[in-house]
Design a protein around this ligand. Structure first.
Ligand code: SF4
Ligand code: SF4
Length: 417
């Protein structure tokens, strides 16, 4: 690596050094408590998969370039030079971590490995060594935001094709639009994923609840966050913020996508609208009597996988359980409880990398498969697209014998007049 590249990467490193980050980089006591907290290490016991070991690679580069002792006397300060080989180690550390933050809830100092890994990901972006596909997908999302007029017509035609399916799930009144688009003054803007499965059940529930809603032109997923590029993360998020402000909605409801929810909830700043996950909105409809569900339609034992970015990192824990009590008499919670729930093993962009990560995802998530099997449930419900894909892969790989379902589609199938 030449000096110019190193200097540019160190500038990126420095941009991440706020007070919280400095605390995380200067605090680890090497107590080892986080060792068994990580699903990767628990499933694949190798030192490189210990949370503190991952962080140590970043920490040593920090010591070398940002702390006095490391600059003067590298070996005493355990300082590490930023080289091409160091970048390879950072790649291995960052893309074997799902950013679930389970290690953080066990760490006595609350050290946030996901945040430390965000430095590793940013350095990889700066060196053009990040997974190319994630950057391509992020760029496509940004492009759509810039040239909406080009995409608009095709998108509207695609949405029109879904209307009959929505009506099949819930008949709308004469004159009502099954999937309203671009409605100024709507109460709620729904941001879905690309694909009918993310739009049809949600639309049926909004219509059943009598919601004044409108569908976003943009898909919720934020590939900028997966690849760890803060500029692209913000550009992708801002498309939705601008749309919400243009339509003057009171609430932005994010579909079943953990990362999209966390990015919008935590990074969108002070706005005239509130941000909710679709699970929170559905729980509210039930509580207010706006939708009614027939629990006799579900006869098999049900369990629920808490998506890390929605539950542990987003605080939505009680709502899915409240909904599930209206969907079944045989709900079996997993152990340990939601705050300490095992990650599905697909976050942090790993599912988006598809077949390339499949072998690692399966081997590193054995503990998740065991956790599901222990419930004896036959239906495994979740509220995140990434988790759904990963759990479906695990179901096949470990022959778990469950049906993996989205919470919103369970609700749609149980809707009664
Ligand atoms: S954030 Fe999750 S995947 Fe990453 S080190 Fe911690 S427990 Fe492991
Ligand atoms: S639990 Fe926290 S302090 Fe202990 S080794 Fe892990 S990161 Fe360091």
């Amino acid at each position: 690596m030449d000096q110019k590249t190193r200097d540019e990467l160190l500038k990126l490193f420095k941009s991440k050094l706020n007070e919280a980050m400095k605390f995380y980089l200067e605090t680890c006591s090497r107590c080892g408590v986080c060792t068994r907290a990580c699903h990767v290490h628990e499933s694949l016991p190798h030192v490189k998969y210990i949370a503190a070991y991952r962080a140590e690679i970043v920490r040593r580069i920090y010591k070398k370039y940002f702390k006095g002792q490391g600059k003067i006397w590298p070996s005493a300060g355990e300082a590490k030079e930023l080289t091409d080989m160091a970048l390879e180690e950072l790649y291995e550390a960052a893309y074997s971590c799902t950013g679930c933050r389970r290690c953080m809830v066990y760490c006595p100092f609350g050290i946030d490995t996901q945040m430390i890994m965000s430095i590793a990901k940013l350095l990889l972006v700066g060196a053009n060594q990040e997974p190319e596909i994630l950057t391509l997908l992020a760029d496509t999302s940004i492009e759509k935001g810039k040239s909406l007029e080009i995409f608009k017509e095709g998108f509207l035609a695609g949405i029109k094709n879904l209307e009959a399916e929505v009506i099949k799930k819930w008949k709308t009144e004469a004159g009502e639009t099954p999937i309203p688009m671009d409605v100024e003054g709507a109460d709620l803007l729904y941001v879905a994923l690309a694909g009918a499965h993310s739009i049809i059940p949600a639309a049926a529930i909004f219509n059943a609840a009598g919601e004044k809603w409108t569908l976003s032109f943009f898909e919720a997923v934020n590939f900028g966050a997966f690849v760890g590029d803060p500029t692209k993360t913000k550009l992708i998020m801002d498309r939705i913020v601008e749309e919400a402000n243009r339509l003057k909605v009171k609430e932005v409801c994010i579909c079943e996508c953990g990362t999209a929810f966390r990015v919008m909830k935590q990074l969108s700043g002070k706005q005239p609208f509130k941000v909710s996950s679709i699970t929170e909105v559905h729980a509210r409809y039930i509580r207010e009597g706006r939708i009614k569900l027939d629990k006799s339609r579900s006869r098999e034992p049900v369990t629920y996988h808490d998506p890390c970015q929605i539950a542990r990192n987003g605080g939505v824990i009680d709502e899915p359980r409240y909904i599930l009590r209206h969907l079944t008499d045989d709900f079996r919670d997993m152990s340990p409880d939601p705050k300490y729930n095992w990650c599905c093993g697909g976050g942090g962009g790993l599912v988006a990398l598809g077949e390339d990560t499949l072998d690692f995802r399966m081997k590193s998530s054995r503990v998740k498969a065991d956790q599901v099997k222990e419930t004896g449930a036959k239906i495994l419900v979740t509220a995140c697209e990434n988790c759904h894909t990963q759990l479906s892969n695990l179901n096949d790989h470990y022959e778990m014998g469950v049906e993996v379902r989205f919470l919103s589609s369970m609700i749609t199938d149980a809707l009664v007049k």
